[in-house]
Design a protein around this ligand. Structure first.
Ligand SMILES: [Zn+2]
Length: 123
C-alpha cells in the first residue's frame, strides 16, 4: 500500500507543472506490474489520472487491476490521498470491481463497495 502511494507521488513529481499534472495514480496488476499516470487538464476537459493509468495497463494487455492509489499534490507541496470521483467509480465497477482502492492513509475499499447498486451494461 505504501509503495503504491509513493509511486503515485513519484509520477506527480516527475511530471508536475503549475496547475497541471497535479494528481497522480499508481495501479498494481495481479501480475505485480505497476503502472503510473497523471491527470490531464485542458481548457474544457479534465481526464482523471485513474483513467490514464488504467488505460495504460489495458493498452498493454494487463486487465487484472489489483490495487489503485491516487494522490493530489497541493500548491504548498503537501500530498493528499484522493478517493475516486464518481466517474472513476464507474470505471472501477465496469472493469475491476474486485480491485482494492486506497481511499486514505488507513483505509482500503473494494471497488464494488464504492458504488453500491450501480447500473451495469449487459455485456
Ligand atoms: Zn475521477
Amino acid at each position: 500500500m505504501k509503495n503504491l502511494i509513493q509511486e503515485a507521488k513519484n509520477i506527480i513529481d516527475k511530471r508536475y507543472k503549475k496547475n497541471c499534472f497535479t494528481v497522480g495514480c499508481a495501479v498494481k496488476t495481479k501480475s505485480g506490474k505497476i503502472y503510473t499516470g497523471t491527470c490531464i487538464n485542458s481548457q474544457k476537459l479534465d481526464i482523471c489520472s485513474e483513467w490514464v493509468t488504467i488505460g495504460k495497463a489495458f493498452s498493454e494487455g494487463n486487465y487484472n487491476i489489483e490495487m489503485v492509489a491516487t494522490v493530489k499534490k497541493h500548491k504548498d507541496g503537501t500530498y493528499e490521498i484522493y478517493p475516486p470521483c464518481a466517474l472513476c467509480r464507474e470505471l472501477y465497477i465496469t472493469y475491476c470491481p474486485k480491485a482494492k482502492i486506497i481511499i486514505s492513509e488507513k483505509q482500503i475499499k473494494k471497488a464494488s463497495d464504492l458504488l453500491p447498486h450501480a447500473w451495469q451494461k449487459k455485456r
